[in-house]
Design a protein around this ligand. Structure first.
Ligand code: EPZ
Length: 419
């Protein structure tokens, strides 16, 4: 259990470099087993999810080590093709190993945990994509067993641009005979980063970032060096914290073009935003107005992962801020906790109405999920007095020492780690 002690009221000021993207490094680390090669990654964030992925890689027989922001993976000696429940339970997004292990070993089995704090997390689109390439997939009580046989390239049409299903389809297609075209593919920047890594690994992949991705084979290379792209959600979170608290911060090592929708909403809320090619500066007096309604959508729409942080920033915005959460059914768990600070939030199905309040008052809170936990921190920074947030190590799943980052910018944050 981690405990965050936060005293609100400080302005945030200064410059900070943003961590590498969790949602890029996890699929890339999984992809490293698709062939037997040595992979070196730079810009890797220090996250619980990265550590969990390293454990899975070692379980499979890889050498996998992290030193600071550098990760070394040697996948030449894979000796297993399964991921047991004990490891899957730590990181549900490890379903991305399915395509990579299947490509490498010709078979793969995973024990899938059910839903998570965001609601049900089905993998039907993943399995359908693998079946389209000829894999034989059986599901038995939460276990998934795949046999590749002779995989043949084919057109895959995703009914929804699922990020994970797109990634699994790309990885499995690497060893399919002939060309695979993935239609209605997810367009997230993290998919483009995965493509960049796969190309360095010797894959013929193109189209990432668009709705149509083509995979036409693989001529494996022995060694790959790749730098993980910056985390657009971690960047958005820090900007929302400054918007809520007031201040003037400069984020370095970011691609503003990857989170334009978030920048638009913060600008509509009254923040002064200046962007450069790999930096963004935000100034706010902490007194915001309600931005136009926010509707979460697949990229390039407003990212669901930034919905909780932006909601926290808008709790005192004058007027009513309206959110519609279209991606996950359970992504308003933070609302109940925000109300304990005095927030005025009404939920009607997928829509959340935030009526701006004059003040928020520090309270004792509990983080329910990764991004919801970040929202509680942001709201506590904008509240009067002290807040205490109990966190079952959820926030460090996706944020690299967020307490240090906020402290460096002037926030009053004391982080306590309890066994
Ligand atoms: C990725 O999850 C991210 N995780 C999520 O970030 C992110 O919120 C999500 O994409 C959307 O952008 C990683 O990349 C590790 P999806 P993923 O498949 O791949 C439904 C964070 O906080 N769906 O695009 O699981 C699903 O239930 C995390 O960093 C199916 O119905 O997302 C959801 O409603 C949270 N069947 C929607 O699609 C499937 O087979 C989006 O899911 C797969 C998904």
């Amino acid at each position: 259990m981690n405990i965050w002690h936060i005293t609100g009221g400080n302005r945030l000021e200064g410059a900070i470099s943003v961590q590498g993207a969790k949602n890029a490094v996890l699929p890339i680390m999984a992809a490293s087993v698709a062939t037997g090669a040595e992979t070196e990654l730079d810009g890797v964030p220090d996250l619980r999810d990265v550590e969990a992925t390293l454990r899975i890689l070692r379980h499979l027989g890889c050498t996998a080590e992290r030193t600071g922001t550098h990760v070394y993976i040697d996948s030449r000696d894979i000796c297993r093709c399964d991921v047991p429940h004990t490891l899957m339970r730590e990181l549900r997004s490890s379903v991305i190993f399915l395509g990579a292990i299947l490509a490498r070993c010709g078979e793969a089995s995973l024990s899938l945990p059910g839903g998570c704090e965001l609601g049900p997390r089905p993998v039907d689109l993943h399995l359908e994509a693998l079946r389209t390439l000829g894999a034989r997939v059986t599901e038995r009580g939460g276990d998934i067993v795949c046999k590749a046989g002779a995989l043949r390239g084919a057109p895959i049409v995703l009914p929804f641009p699922s990020v994970g299903a797109t990634e699994n389809a790309m990885l499995c297609a690497l060893v399919a005979e002939g060309e695979t075209v993935i239609h209605n593919a997810a367009r997230e920047p993290e998919i483009v980063d995965l493509q960049t890594y796969l190309r360095a690994l010797g894959a013929q992949v193109s189209g990432a970032g668009t709705s149509t991705i083509t995979v036409s084979g693989m001529r494996p290379r022995a060694h790959v060096h790749h730098t993980i792209l910056p985390d657009r959600i971690a960047a958005s979170t820090l900007l929302c914290a400054c918007a809520a608290s007031g201040g003037d911060i400069l984020l370095e090592n970011v691609h503003p073009s990857h989170f334009l929708t978030v920048l638009d909403s913060l600008s509509e809320a009254g923040c002064d935003i200046i962007t450069q090619s790999n930096a963004v500066r935000l100034r706010s007096d902490g007194s915001l107005i309600a931005p136009r309604p926010i509707v979460t959508r697949p990229y390039p729409g407003f990212p669901t992962d930034a919905q909780p942080p932006l909601m926290a920033a808008c709790l005192k915005a004058r007027g009513t801020t309206v959110f519609t959460e279209n991606i996950f059914t359970g992504r308003y768990r933070h609302v109940e906790e925000l109300r304990r600070l005095g927030a005025d939030v009404t939920i009607a199905g997928r829509v959340a109405y935030i009526s701006g309040v004059e003040t928020l008052t520090g309270a004792v809170l509990t983080a329910g999920d990764l991004r919801g936990g970040a929202a509680l921190i942001i709201a506590a920074l904008a509240a009067e007095g002290e807040s205490v947030i109990y966190d079952e190590q959820l926030i460090e799943r996706g944020y690299d020492h967020l307490d240090r980052a906020l402290g460096a910018l002037g926030a009053s944050v004391r982080f306590e780690r309890r066994a």
